[in-house]
Write a protein that binds this ligand. Sequence first.
Ligand SMILES: [Ca+2]
Length: 243
Amino acid sequence: MRLILVLAALVAAAAADKLQQQQQQKPAQGKLLSLPEPALCASRPKQWQFGGHNYFFSWDQERPGFYEEESQNPQENIGKKVNWLISRNECRRRCMDAVSIESEAENDMILEFVKSRNLQYIWTSGRLCDFTGCESRQDLKPLNINGWFWSGTNTKMAPTNKIPPGWSYQPWSQTGHTGVPQPDNAEFDINQTSESCLGVLNNIYKDGIKWHDIACYHPKPFVCEDSDVLLEYVRATNPGLQL
Ligand SMILES: [Ca+2]
């Protein structure tokens, strides 16, 4: 029993470490990432499964109390669109994160979902490493090609100017606001806001369902995916909780 307790403590410490690392990749503007809430993790929506992870779509799960910050007008909590950080935090409270699209098969699954529901767009966890701590990383330069990562899993994306290794097509759009391949940081030239977040857009530029860099303040619905790190942390700190 004692050994089990020691082991559990070690696992919890390791999980807390990873969580702390993740907390440190703080998005710009100083607002923090939300911590997982054990009860919400246990009751998180498991709308569909892929690759051993659960997923859900925000608009299918909205009910009173779904959003941490809800409007007084119940109508405004339905079909709600939120900025990139709020989308991540709504997932994270449930031991999930906005979807990280790490394989062609996973991308096909997301494209099919967006298509079948005729959605205009969704947020993913994709993020440009353009915040404090990224400047010194030589491996991220040039940033528009090598600086993108999945914040939900803390993994680097393949260079944006090539078909990702093991994929048969380029997920980034070859066009956008100014007609050039994505990521293009187009909004920066309009109002000096960087396009630091990755959304999947459905044919907005007559380009099919493709990845685009978008300024993070834009409101969109989102897909959540199980977070191994958050589930591990909550499992280790709440023995016996069914997740
Ligand atoms: Ca763009």
